[in-house]
Design a protein around this ligand. Structure first.
Ligand SMILES: Cc1cc2nc3c(=O)[nH]c(=O)nc-3n(C[C@H](O)[C@H](O)[C@H](O)COP(=O)(O)OP(=O)(O)OC[C@H]3O[C@@H](n4cnc5c(N)ncnc54)[C@H](O)[C@@H]3O)c2cc1C
Length: 381
């Protein structure tokens, strides 16, 4: 195993870094304060191929590997966590379409999603089905070549801006998770509407909404995979998604570290820069070390996925460690800023709020621990 990036991976990292530092970082604070969806920037990112990075070029994507995707996510998240979650979810939606979609579904939905012409949403969570994702109440009944969907989805990223939604509904209640099917729903389908737009602590430039299905008519050709495969399809997508959230966490954490070191070198107390105090230096050392550990776990999971090897455990480990790490790092970065860190004048206040959700979405830390423990305990001696 080599820890060296290829020439192409390094080039992607540098190109996305330059773009994010120039075009995103200076305005991310304004987007956060005003809860502005970064529409124009997302269009530019689409032109750069960042919205369908792992989709082959024949389906409109960039045809890159997961390592490159992780590097790009880290750079975008460094500048703006909200923008990175929009990018992450779009890439997340592409995966099941690529793996399970029919050729017609790929042409109609995957190509524009990968090109960034459509924004995508991944709609699994319901008011009563978060960690217990199989406890779905949304139902789908097949009638005259249409599935009739009824129910509510909750916490859906990009809900009010998306054109295409991958969602789930119960087609056979008795079969529990084997009775859940996946569907491709389009904005504007009869009976489909966007509900409440949530008012969040962080990620304020990314919208999070309810989705409401009231006798929503979805053509039967929009069933993704076979009936009863929906849970499997969504869980498989989340394995890859967790690499995305781990990458996002590493990106926010690096931004915290850079902000904290800059500040520590300038701010003086007791006649010297606070960076001279051992208490501050050790915080910086711990932050840098933890970020590096999380980065390596994340890239390892990405590399396994690229090699076609099992990566569920490693993706969960990366997501668990990186998301808990960024919360510790954001705490320390704010501490190093003293009272100024608590003000909105410094970006560390935004990083601190944005970091918080990473241990919650795409599977809470507790759920990641359940996944990891199950796989560790099932290993033969
Ligand atoms: C900003 C944001 C964006 C989101 N975007 C999306 C999206 O785009 N699409 C989507 O489908 N969902 C999305 N979600 C939903 C997210 O995935 C869920 O919030 C998450 O899975 C947790 O579900 P819950 O909120 O219902 O919490 P619950 O499942 O009710 O959990 C509450 C607490 O109980 C713990 N818990 C539950 N079960 C166990 C267990 N077995 N063992 C130990 N502890 C347990 C949890 O870890 C947690 O601490 C988003 C959420 C947020 C906040």
């Amino acid at each position: 195993m080599t820890f060296q990036l290829t020439e192409e991976q390094r080039m992607i990292q540098m190109t996305v870094r330059e773009f994010a530092r120039k075009e995103i970082e200076p305005i991310a604070g304004k987007w956060d304060r005003e809860s502005l969806f970064p529409e124009e920037t997302i269009s530019k990112m689409a032109e750069m191929g960042l919205l369908g990075m792992m989709v082959p070029s024949e389906y409109g994507g960039a045809g890159l590997d997961t390592v490159s995707y992780s590097l790009a996510m880290q750079e975008i998240a460094y500048a703006c966590a909200s923008t990175s979650v929009i990018m992450g979810v779009n890439n997340l939606v592409c995966e099941p379409l690529l793996k399970f979609g029919t050729e017609a579904q790929k042409q109609k939905y995957l190509v524009p999603l990968a090109q960034g012409k459509f924004i995508g949403s991944f709609a699994l969570t319901e008011p009563g089905a978060g960690s217990d994702a199989a406890n779905q109440k949304t139902s789908a009944l097949l009638k005259d070549n249409f599935y009739i969907l009824n129910g509510t989805k909750m916490f859906i990223t990009s809900g009010s801006h998306a054109k295409v939604f991958i969602t789930t509904a119960v087609t056979d209640k008795a079969a529990r998770h084997h009775g859940i099917s996946a569907f491709i729903v389009e904005k504007g389908m009869p009976g489909f509407s966007i509900g409440k737009i949530e008012d969040k602590m962080g990620l304020r430039a990314s919208d999070t909404t309810e989705l409401i299905f009231e006798n929503c008519r979805v053509p039967s050709e929009n069933l993704l995979g076979k009936e009863g495969e929906g849970f499997k399809i969504m869980m498989a997508a989340l394995d890859g998604g967790r690499i995305g959230i781990a990458s996002q966490s590493v990106g926010i954490a690096q931004a915290c570290l850079d902000a904290a070191t800059r500040y520590a070198k300038k701010r003086e107390a007791f006649g010297q820069p606070i960076a001279e105090f051992q208490g501050i230096r050790w915080m910086i050392a711990d932050m840098a070390t933890e970020i590096e550990a999380a980065r390596l776990l994340t890239l390892q999971a990405a590399l396994l996925k690229d090699r076609g090897l099992p990566f569920t455990k490693e993706a969960s480990m990366a997501k668990l460690f990186a998301s808990e790490m960024v919360n510790r790092v954001a705490y320390k970065a704010l501490q190093i800023h003293g009272g100024y860190g608590y003000l909105k004048d410094f970006p560390v206040e935004r990083y601190y709020r944005d970091a918080r959700v990473t241990t919650i979405y795409e599977g809470t830390s507790e759920i990641q621990r359940n996944v990891i423990a199950k796989l560790v305990l099932s290993t033969e001696d």
